[in-house]
Ligand binder design. Structure first.
Ligand SMILES: [Zn+2]
Length: 385
């Protein structure tokens, strides 16, 4: 009896949410220039949603059980990207900064709540810099974690915050609250609902091209030679995530010298649909031969107001051959008026820290949408023909 009641309530809840989703999809399907009529209509509709007890905040399709959800959490120039599969398995790539009264951990937990999960199955630490591993102890204190995946031991002993982050990780491992998994290029990760291939780890990269890739990369001719990075950055644990027809690339802060090994003389990666911009859009990553090789449809830059979005690196992304849109977590002060995208594509503008996020919703056929929690608008990207 109880079960029956719950199932009726669930159905009711689902249909109300679906109706709300449809309305929101119609309202916010396309980012378009607001007219007084549109603004008035959106305002009145929001009032209706509010009076019906429904939130108008949240991506239009978050209740579609076939989708992969990706939350780009704003950690002010670090990384924290949460993937939640249709099976509700979760992968968090990096944990943001330490300190700030647990600000970054709180924001990650808020994203997890929106995604309907109460545990993070896998936390992948790309490398041991403070803006990537720093938030792990605060996160572990707030939400259960299944397994932490890393590239192997920290090798950078000259940077105090990195040594502290590494030590804090060792202390957490000693509590045996979660498992540790160290991976190498070519490995897959045991996550249900998405396919993951390790591209780079601890300074090594895949030796053979991925299936379908391997074509000659014309932009390698006369390419610059980049200095070999001496920090944890070049050890970044990078992954290709495949969901149906969609290919998503995250290489952490992998530097240009390593990018060249991946795309020159032949492109081992192939074309990418969603590129999580390496290194917050700083110039030590994101070389021209690399961007020409992966040619993303959409790029998302996890920069802060004062960190990332270097004009030269931004230009290379913006001019890459197949790019439809670049999204940014912040307006980049370094970029100024000439090197930032239009405000609709930015989650946080100049002003007090609001912690707005971007949420991607992806379907197995290769289509996806991007929701900006600041504007409450979504933009649809139909599947590639
Ligand atoms: Zn970083």
């Amino acid at each position: 009896m109880l079960d029956e009641k719950r199932s009726v309530e669930d159905d009711l809840d689902a249909s109300v949410q679906e109706a709300s989703s449809m309305l929101r999809t119609q309202l916010f399907m396309r980012i378009s220039r607001p007219t007084p009529f549109r603004l008035a209509f959106a305002f009145l509709s929001s009032l209706w949603l509010f009076s019906a007890g429904l939130s108008s905040v949240g991506a239009a399709s978050s209740n579609d059980s076939r989708t992969l959800q990706i939350f780009f959490v704003d950690v002010e120039g670090g990384q924290a990207t949460l993937f939640v599969t249709p099976e509700k398995q979760s992968l968090l790539i990096d944990t943001g900064w330490p300190g700030n009264d647990g600000r970054d951990a709180e924001r990650i937990v808020a994203a997890a709540k929106k995604a309907g999960i109460t545990k993070i199955d896998f936390v992948l630490i790309t490398h041991f810099h403070a803006d990537h591993v720093g938030g792990l102890p605060q996160l572990a204190a707030r939400i259960p974690i299944g397994t932490v995946i890393d590239h192997g031991d920290n090798r950078e002993s000259t940077d105090a915050p990195t040594v502290q982050g590494w030590q804090a990780y060792q202390d957490l491992l000693a509590t045996k609250k979660f498992k540790r998994l160290t991976v190498k290029p070519g490995d897959g990760l045991p996550i249900r609902g998405i396919q993951t291939t390790v591209i780079s780890s601890d300074g090594a990269v895949i030796e053979r091209p991925l299936p379908g890739a391997g074509q000659e990369n014309a932009s390698c001719k006369n390419a610059e030679t980049y200095p070999i990075d001496q920090t944890e950055n070049l050890r970044s644990l990078g992954t290709l995530i495949t969901f149906g027809k969609l290919r998503i690339l995250d290489l952490g802060d992998l530097t240009r010298d390593k990018e060249m090994q991946l795309v020159c003389p032949n492109n081992k990666l192939g074309a990418i649909d969603i590129y999580i911009v390496s290194h917050h859009g700083w110039g030590q990553s994101g070389s021209l031969p690399f961007l020409n090789a992966i040619a993303p449809r959409v790029a998302i830059m996890d920069n802060g107001a004062k960190k990332g979005g270097t004009p030269a690196a931004w230009d290379i992304i913006e001019k890459s051959p197949r790019l439809e849109d670049l999204w940014q977590l912040h307006f980049s002060e370094e970029g100024g008026a000439a090197h930032n995208v239009a405000s609709e594509f930015i989650a946080n503008l100049v002003g007090p820290d609001a912690g707005n996020y971007l949420q991607f919703t992806a379907w197995p056929d290769g289509s996806f949408s991007v929701f900006n929690s600041r504007t409450l608008n979504s933009k649809q990207y139909p599947r590639r023909k």
